[in-house]
Design a protein around this ligand. Structure first.
Ligand SMILES: C[S@@+](CC[C@H](N)C(=O)[O-])C[C@H]1O[C@@H](n2cnc3c(N)ncnc32)[C@H](O)[C@@H]1O
Length: 193
C-alpha cells in the first residue's frame, strides 16, 4: 500500500538515511550481507538510499522496485544510473525464476496486505542458496509509530511470528535473526541448512 503523506515525509528525511547508513545496513553486513558480484533485488526501495548503500558493494546487477511513482521519481533523481521500477512486489513474474542471488527489504512487508504473496514471489526469484535480508517492525512498534506519529499503517495480519512461520513453510531457512529496539532483522536462505 502507498504510504500516508506523513510517513512518506518521514521516509525521506536525513534522519531516515542516517539510521539506514549507520545502523541498519552495517548490521545486515555483520549478518552476512555481501552483494559483490551478485544479482540483487530490493523491494520497496523508496527514494533509493538503500540502492546507494548496496552499490558500495558493487553488485553485478541491481533492480529496485516500489509501488509509489513518487518514490521512484525521487530515486531516479537521486541516483540516475540505477535501475528503479514502479512495480508491486506482489507480482515478480517479470523476473525469471531463480535469477536473483540476494533480495533485500528495508521495512516493507508490514505495508502489504498480501505479504504472503510477496514471500511466494521472492522464493521463486531467488536462486537456491540465495539470501533474503529483511527488517520489519514488531506489532507493538507499529502501534507505537501509529499512536505517536499517526503514520496510519494498513490493517493487515502481518506479525513477526506468522511471518517466521510462513518463511519456514516456503523453504527459507533462518541463518540469523537480530532484535533491535525498532526493527527485527533477518537473514534467510533458500535451501540453506
Ligand atoms: C516504510 S517505506 C520504506 C522505504 C525504504 N525501504 C526505506 O527503508 O526507507 C515502505 C516502502 O514500501 C513501498 N511499498 C508498499 N507496498 C508495496 C508493494 N506492494 N510493492 C512494492 N513496494 C511497496 C512503499 O511505497 C514505501 O516506499
Amino acid at each position: 500500500m502507498k504510504l500516508s503523506d506523513i510517513e512518506f515525509y518521514a521516509m525521506n528525511t536525513a534522519w531516515r538515511r542516517l539510521l539506514q547508513r549507520r545502523f541498519e545496513f552495517p548490521l545486515f553486513c555483520r549478518m552476512g550481507l555481501d552483494v559483490h558480484n551478485r544479482d540483487v533485488l530490493e523491494i520497496g526501495c523508496g527514494s533509493g538510499y538503500g540502492a546507494f548503500l548496496l552499490h558500495t558493494q558493487k553488485p553485478r546487477s541491481y533492480v529496485g522496485l516500489d509501488l509509489m511513482p513518487e518514490q521512484i521519481d525521487l530515486a531516479r533523481q537521486n541516483y540516475p544510473g540505477y535501475d528503479f521500477r514502479v512495480q508491486s512486489a506482489t507480482d515478480l513474474s517479470g523476473f525469471d525464476s531463480a535469477s536473483r542471488d540476494v533480495v533485500v527489504i528495508f521495512g516493507v512487508l508490514h505495508h502489504i496486505p498480501a505479504w504472503r504473496r510477496v514471500l511466494d514471489e521472492i522464493t521463486c526469484v531467488l536462486r537456491t542458496g540465495g539470501s533474503l535480508f529483511i527488517e520489519e517492525p514488531r506489532g507493538v512498534e507499529l502501534k507505537m509509530f501509529d499512536f505517536i506519529f499517526r503514520w496510519g499503517h494498513p490493517d493487515t495480519d502481518f506479525g513477526l511470528k506468522v511471518f517466521e512461520r510462513y518463511c519456514s513453510q516456503q523453504g527459507l531457512h533462518l541463518i540469523q535473526k537480530r532484535w533491535t529496539p525498532l526493527l527485527t532483522m533477518y537473514h534467510w536462505q533458500k535451501g540453506g541448512k
